[in-house]
Design a protein around this ligand. Structure first.
Ligand code: AMP
Length: 541
């Protein structure tokens, strides 16, 4: 017997419809590419999104058309998210930090039909346009006064395009399993792979992300996503914020500590999310300027392991909780968030901190397991590490344009190595390709990096396993010193005494001016390995 309840498809356009009807006067504030701060409301954003939908249809966009965006976090990008997915086309967010060849490779793989770009990327657009034959229109996301002077066929001005369009549009009742957006993985190994989200997965992800033990968002929040809309849909915040009616603040390209601080204070931001480097920048600004954040209550850190020292500094110096989260492009991206249970509230500071630095536990909708090399599930004892597998409502089934499935017995192998405790709190100990295996024992590169980062003179550190005649592999620590600080190899090595087993202490330490990063802000161990290809271990004493 079937239930006798309405069968309304879970589609992205319903979020903005809801935001207009019930939070119509809530603001969206943007740092624009043109300079000034722009502000309007969910009601106005919905109207302009409908104008953009009418315009895209006239340009020939159809169900399933891929329409790319190459843009910062701002109001026009937000409108396009909804306009494109709302008409049944696919919002393909492209990461502008990639090399031009990678951008054109991705645009060609996706066969994008239209590409919408912020004018900061005009030079990049001019250079890739001849290599992207599928793109029929290039839409500059600006007004007539700020149109770039570039030679690109069918260059269109976004504001002109939508100005004459009707504000009336009825969003089609799409199949909830149809594709809504596309995002490519950062591709540290091999070519990037496309992850094709559905309306249903996006909506369920947004609903679960808002839960109290996940991002805990409500109509009383002011949300500033630092994480870019071109990287896993800004962790879903452009969907979750309107779904709960939170005010949205978009930082544009101003992701340095000072610019973020100004926006946090002027807009009364209560919640923000970003990668560790962003929070290091904010921390540095607070320390240098002697300022305090007066409205921020919660910050989510993810995308890479949060150095415990960073979490501690925000807590002790500024009374702000940084919540650790873990996710992946293939997971839309939310996998886990760290929130305590009531039984943890009585823990002493040290025990509580041990819990807080873990990556957290999954919200409803995600299931995790840790397995050994033969696929057997390992005990949830908070100790035993193995390969992390995941399944759930917003987890990938198949990559875009690929026939084979990445799944193993219905689970997605994440490539991360982790342990889980009896309450399900996850602790990522490594990437399977980054683990260091020394004399048959595993050494966690993340642990070595965290210890290095807790040294007062260290700004950034990366641990690499390099081949070693005797031990198979040994850890090499690469360190960037803080400006004006001096610290020696011996002092760094001494810092490890008593913190890890002797065999885990790095074999050697080298100092560099800069550690290479991928386009999504992670340490690029591939590039670092290439840079260190001539490195040789010191002769044994
Ligand atoms: P991406 O798909 O670019 O978001 O990268 C996902 C990968 O980033 C994961 O598989 C992890 O290796 C890493 N990652 C994300 N969040 C964390 C975290 N909180 N701690 C450690 N690694 C993380």
């Amino acid at each position: 017997m079937q239930g006798k309840m309405m069968n309304q498809p879970l589609i992205v356009s319903s979020i903005l419809e809801h935001a207009e009807r019930y939070h119509g006067d809530t603001e969206i504030v943007s740092q624009t590419v043109e300079g000034p701060i722009h502000r309007y409301t969910y009601a106005e954003a919905h109207k302009r999104s409908k104008q953009a939908a009418n315009a895209l249809l006239k340009l020939g966009a159809d169900t399933g058309s891929r329409i790319a965006t190459l843009a910062w976090n701002n109001f026009r990008h937000f409108e396009l998210y909804y306009a494109i997915s709302g008409i049944g086309a696919i919002t393909h967010t492209v990461n502008p930090r990639l090399f031009p060849e990678q951008v054109s490779w991705i645009v060609n793989d996706a066969e994008d039909q239209i590409l919408c770009f912020d004018t900061s990327f005009s030079t990049l657009i001019e250079s890739i346009a001849p290599q992207c034959p599928s793109v029929k229109y290039w839409i500059a996301m600006t007004n007539r006064d700020h149109m770039p002077d570039i030679r690109v066929p069918n260059l269109v001005c976004y504001e002109d395009l939508i100005a004459s369009e009707s504000e009336e549009f009825t969003w089609p009742r799409l199949d909830e399993n149809s594709a809504s957006s596309l995002c490519y993985t950062s591709g540290t190994t091999g070519n990037p792979k496309g992850v094709l989200y559905s309306h249903r997965s996006t909506l369920l992800h947004a609903l679960s992300s808002a839960l109290p033990d996940a991002m805990n968002l409500s109509g009383r929040d002011v949300v500033l996503p630092v994480v870019p809309m071109f990287h896993v849909n800004a962790w879903g915040l452009p969907y979750t914020a309107p779904l709960v009616g939170a005010k949205l603040v978009f930082p544009g390209d101003g992701m340095d500590g000072e610019s973020l601080y100004q926006l946090f204070e002027s807009e009364g931001v209560t919640f923000s999310a970003g990668v560790p480097t962003v929070w290091l920048g904010v921390l540095q600004h607070l320390r240098n300027s002697g300022s305090k954040l007066s409205t921020v209550e919660r910050m989510i850190v993810g995308g890479a392991a949060c150095p415990p020292a960073l979490m501690q500094s925000f807590r002790d110096e500024y009374g702000i909780t940084i919540q650790h989260a873990w996710g992946m492009t293939e997971l839309s991206p939310l996998g886990t968030v760290n929130t305590p249970k009531s039984k943890h509230l009585g823990l002493d500071d040290e025990e509580r901190f041990k819990l807080d630095i873990k990556q957290g536990r999954p919200p409803f909708g995600i299931d995790l397991k840790i397995v050994d090399d033969n696929g057997n599930e390992l005990p949830r004892d908070g100790q035993t590490s193995g390969d992390l597998l995941v399944r759930g409502y917003w987890v990938i089934d198949q990559y875009y344009n690929k026939d084979d499935s990445p799944l193993v017995d219905g689970w997605f192998p994440t490539g991360d190595v982790a342990n889980q405790d009896k309450d399900g709190y996850l602790q990522i100990t490594d990437r399977s390709k980054d683990v260091i295996k020394s004399g048959g024992e595993w050494i966690s590169s993340i642990e070595l990096e965290n210890i290095a980062m807790s040294h007062a003179a260290v700004s950034e550190a990366a641990a690499l396993g390099l081949s070693h005649d005797k031990w198979d592999e040994r850890p090499l620590l690469v360190v960037v010193r803080k400006a004006g600080q001096d610290v020696s190899r011996e002092e760094i090595l001494a810092h490890y005494q008593g913190k890890v087993a002797k065999f885990c202490i790095p074999e050697d330490v080298i100092f560099v001016d800069e550690i290479p990063h991928t386009a999504t802000g992670k340490v690029s161990k591939v590039t670092l390995r290439k840079q260190l290809s001539d490195y040789r271990w010191p002769a044994p004493k």
